[in-house]
Design a binder for this molecule. Sequence first.
Ligand SMILES: *Cc1c(COP(=O)(O)O)cnc(C)c1O
Length: 364
Amino acid sequence: MTASDGEPRLRRALENVPTYRPGRPAPGGGTVVTLYKLSSNENPYPPLPGVLEAAAEAAAEMNRYPDMYATELVAAVAEHLDVPELDVVPGTGTVGVLKQVVQTVAGEGDEVVYAWRSFEAYPIFTGVAGATSVQVPLDRGARHDLEALADAINDRTRLVIVCSPNNPTGPVVHKNELNKFLVQVPSDVLIVIDEAYAELVRDPEAANGLDVYRQHGNVCVLRTFSKAYGLAGLRVGYAVAHDAVADALRKTAVPFGVSTIAQQAAIASLQRKALLLERVDQLVTERTRVVDALRAQGWAIPDTEANFVWFELGDETARFAQHCADHGLAVRPYAPDGCRVTIGEPAANDQMLAASQEWIEQHQ
Ligand SMILES: *Cc1c(COP(=O)(O)O)cnc(C)c1O
């Protein structure tokens, strides 16, 4: 073999990294039903009034690089959360920031501890960094087992990720269990609390990442504009972290990663918080309606504080996803565990409830 016909040598660490699979588009074909995409936890509503205009205005400057540090957005988020501006680091979606976080603390020989099943980006980013995933099974309520997570921490642990509400199962971690957990984690281990669905949480016992970030120097909170704020297509999220970690996240960022369009749309959305929260309330009302209806149909649905529900289906996972596709619904199968279905607009949820009812009747 000559130098010119060999393949470029890739890092060995990438060999075992799973490939991220995006949610399916709404199924096509000549079906008579309306097609809905309930596979990516997107907000079903169009941008809030004025947000599209702010984005369009920003688009007029597309010949310019964005403000690299998103100064105006950082100030708006810091005010919104009542945290120091220096602690807010935006990125290309929360997944962009998360990738930076893993890169910042973990490499070859290090361990990253998280619950499983949880967000599928965790094993990918851990593997890309060359670090080792330590997956701690969820408990029987599909909730984080924080005692088992604490037990999984050792000298090699550099990062613990807590996902609350947990994607794809739905439950939150509670204040008392998180507080008990945090004092068991060595202070040189970073704890990320991934709160992509924070705005949808209604459980009064739910932990609030910002509260514990204020008390612990090793806590970093991740939030996003993709879910409740409905800006998934623009790629903007952020970390709230203390000094050295926040600095490192600024160092590892893709320069100019968050576009001016995304920055301005996010600022405009924060300015319309009241309207936004009304919409979020509608989604929460729909969530309650869907969960109640599914349980009445006979499904054992875990408590969910997010914009999705979890069907534990085991070996039937792929068949259930196909059944939903036959009803015009794209859902997210995670074989061999179950399917995650996003709460959409009421008509989409009605169609989902009809499909789940039919499945129950066929499987009695
Ligand atoms: C959707 C999601 C994110 C981030 O999404 P971005 O669009 O990258 O901001 C992060 N964590 C969890 C658990 C999610 O479900």
